[in-house]
Design a protein around this ligand. Structure first.
Ligand code: FES
Length: 168
């Protein structure tokens, strides 16, 4: 059973719906605030929640799904333990950013906006981390790393994996 299926996720969503209802009624204008609140609490919008949300807002499942997928901000899968952001802005691209992205995709087994197969890493683009003079730069969770070569990338990912294992 995934965290999304756990009773606690259902309860959290139920509490959020209750909080946004006025006199027990949920106006359709509350859908976006509710989706934001769910993602803030759970890290994503569980696909299993769509039917209940549709019922609560008197919308079709397709309408709720349409809103969730329209906004790239909303995630429908649990967040990865580590997020790797590769700078795609000009200075980093001119210093080997494309090759670094290609290496990262191969090393993690996923492309941009995807998760690695084990769900441990998310690979995302970022546009300038302010480290242009020491490009190419990446960010792993909250830590920025500059002058990242493919070999250094592997070392950083191995450290992040070890750290995530300690926390888990
Ligand atoms: S362009 Fe990559 S850090 Fe500025």
């Amino acid at each position: 059973m995934s965290p999304a299926d756990s009773p606690s996720a259902d309860r959290i969503i139920g509490d959020i719906l209750e909080l946004h209802a006025h006199c027990g009624v949920l106006g359709q204008d509350a859908l976006l605030p509710v989706l934001h609140a769910i993602q803030d609490r759970l890290g994503f919008i569980p696909p299993d929640a769509v039917e209940g949300l549709a019922h609560s807002f008197n919308l079709s499942r397709a309408e709720v799904h349409g809103v969730i997928t329209f906004y790239h901000y909303f995630k429908t899968t649990p967040p990865a333990r580590c997020t790797v952001q590769i700078c795609r802005a000009e200075a980093c691209q001119s210093m080997g950013g494309d090759a670094l992205l290609s290496h990262a995709s191969q090393a993690l087994g996923c492309g941009l906006h995807e998760h690695s197969h084990d769900g441990g890493f998310a690979l995302e683009p970022v546009y300038c981390l302010g480290y242009c003079a020491t490009a190419p730069a990446i960010m792993i969770n909250d830590a920025v790393h500059a002058r990242v070569t493919p070999a250094r990338f592997d070392t950083l990912v191995a450290k992040a994996t070890a750290n995530a294992g300690e926390v888990a």
